[in-house]
Design a binder for this molecule. Structure first.
Ligand SMILES: Nc1ncnc2c1ncn2[C@@H]1O[C@H](COP(=O)(O)OP(=O)(O)OP(=O)(O)O)[C@@H](O)[C@H]1O
Ligand SMILES: [Mg+2]
Length: 499
């Protein structure tokens, strides 16, 4: 028999053959993670992580264990991974959507970006914004008012500006006020105002601006707008196309007048919008608008307050940018959080357009946005096909989409907006399983998918990540605290969060 010649080089287990030291068991080498500054000394044994490391540290990649850093502003501005600085977060209730947005807000605050939470219904963000030294604006019946016609800082800013910049600030403030009045009318009626009513509102606001004695009466309110409408000045009558006939004018504006009376007179929406603003939103500090006093049963009021917050918040940001463009103030970047988006969208036909009008142009204004909603089902439950298509557009246009656990029924609609492979769909469905019921340790067993997210950017493979709360966050982000306090007072002690 012919003998085989000895190999020229050892195999992966060493020199084969008796007495030559070949190993039967090969241990996997240890792996460490380090910064490039530290790891460069180990050349050539260092490999790059597969996940981006620019931005706010979110957690570990579930597959590779590598750290994932991710936030819309850093991914847009520094890493150039996404086409606009926005994120849409979807997932079943209680799986940690608000928590992941809080993490981004906290991390971005560390980078000097100002978080602006426009409407916190739970409240999920108040502790956090207080902890970073921000402003808490309280709104709701008996807690605070927001005058939607108050130009806010826009009037003061316009006085500091000249030429085109000044015109733009004034035009923006006007457009914003018209948009929010139309949005409130939409909420009250459940349907948008007609074209003619919109023109009447537009003229009415202009007349109000020209005739209102701000020095004596302060900022105009909806009450003053109603007075203008009733006084029927020439410009408004022309917009109403009354053809010189006052009774025709009254006919045309009757519906609008009735809606405005409802808004100022404490109708369904109370008087939140009809009084002077109690605390103006600041543009130079982190801000949270606490609207947690509103009851879930007052769905209309919640939607109207959220819209008013967005209008005021985006107004403050646009003033900040106009002043920064003119070199009068330092450039500030904001991270705007629109949590519980579905509540506003559900408030009536045509709401999607209003939301779009109030929150548009985030790229031009150097603003990062985070929109949070439960499921695509929420967006697709809107009354008209037009609204449904536009609502899906929010998800399609977002720079990145972060999904938590979602039911199988969501997948057809979701994959239309974000391409998801079958494996990714199964991952998301696995994360929405209910927690096991454990009477021994009490009812608060973690749902298995809590804190698990899939980060999707366009058609790229998703990055599955697990967010682990830090000790500080655990203290701050315990949104189940109210339950615990309640059950403690009822003598039934729920376990405190781990750690
Ligand atoms: N990664 C995590 N680790 C541990 N606990 C978490 C994590 N994420 C969230 N939680 C806890 O889970 C609870 C619900 O989280 P959160 O409010 O963020 O969920 P949500 O998806 O925003 O819910 P909703 O849809 O009701 O607004 C909170 O008590 C929070 O502290
Ligand atoms: Mg939430």
């Amino acid at each position: 028999m012919k003998r085989r010649p000895p190999p020229a080089a050892p195999g992966p287990r060493g020199w084969p053959g008796r007495g030559r030291g070949a190993a039967t068991v090969v241990h996997a080498p240890d792996e460490w993670r380090a910064t490039t500054v530290q790891a460069c000394g180990l050349w050539p044994f260092a490999v790059g992580a597969g996940t981006p490391v620019t931005g706010v540290p979110l957690g570990r990649n579930l597959l590779s264990g590598a750290t994932l850093c991710c936030d819309p502003i850093s991914w847009f501005q520094r890493a150039r991974l996404i086409s606009n600085p926005s994120v849409f977060v979807l997932g079943r209730p209680g799986l940690g959507k608000s928590t992941v947005v809080r993490r981004m807000a906290l991390g971005l605050a560390g980078y000097g970006v100002l978080p602006m939470v426009l409407g916190d219904l739970k409240p999920d963000y108040v502790d956090l914004v207080e902890a970073v030294g921000g402003q808490v604006v309280r709104l709701g019946p008996g807690r605070g008012h927001l005058n939607v016609l108050d130009p806010g800082e826009a009037a003061a800013a316009a006085r500091r500006l000249t030429g085109e910049a000044r015109q733009q600030v004034l035009a923006d403030a006007h457009g914003r006020r018209q948009a929010i009045v139309s949005a409130l009318v939409t909420v009250v009626r459940g349907a948008p105002p007609s074209d003619r009513e919109e023109t009447v509102l537009d003229r009415g606001l202009r007349v109000l601006d020209d005739t209102h004695d701000g020095a004596r009466l302060g900022a105009p309110t909806l009450r003053h707008l109603l007075e203008v409408l009733r006084a029927a000045p020439e410009a408004v009558r022309a917009a109403a196309l009354d053809r010189g006939d006052r009774s025709r004018y009254d006919e045309v504006t009757e519906e609008l007048e009735a809606t405005l009376v409802g808004l100022v007179g404490g109708g369904r929406l109370g008087r939140v919008f009809a009084e002077p603003t109690s605390t103006p939103i600041r543009r130079d500090r982190p801000v949270v608008v606490d609207v947690s006093s509103l009851d879930d049963a007052q769905g209309d009021l919640q939607a109207a307050v959220l819209l008013a917050c967005w209008s005021a918040g985006f107004g403050a940001i646009s003033v900040a940018h106009a002043l920064a463009d003119a070199g009068l103030e330092p450039r500030r970047h904001h991270f705007v959080v629109l949590d519980e988006l579905w509540r506003a969208l559900r408030a009536g036909r045509g709401m999607v357009d209003r939301v779009d009008a109030l929150t548009r142009l985030n790229r031009q204004r150097g603003v990062g946005t985070a929109m949070v909603s439960h499921t695509m089902g929420d967006l697709l439950a809107l009354p008209t096909e037009e609204d449904r298509i536009k609502a899906r557009g929010f998800v399609e246009r977002a720079g990145m989409v972060i999904c938590a656990g979602l039911p199988a029924a969501e997948m057809p609609a979701l994959t239309q907006a974000v391409p998801l492979s079958r494996a990714e769909q199964e991952l998301l469905q696995g994360w929405q399983d209910p927690p096991s019921w454990d009477p021994g340790t009490g009812p608060e067993v973690e749902p298995p998918g809590r804190g698990h997210f899939l980060v999707k950017v366009g058609g790229r493979p998703g990055i599955p990540v697990r967010l682990t709360l830090t000790a500080v966050e655990r203290q701050l982000s315990d949104t189940n605290r109210l339950w615990r306090e309640l059950s403690r007072s009822a003598g039934d002690d729920l376990p405190a969060p781990a750690g």
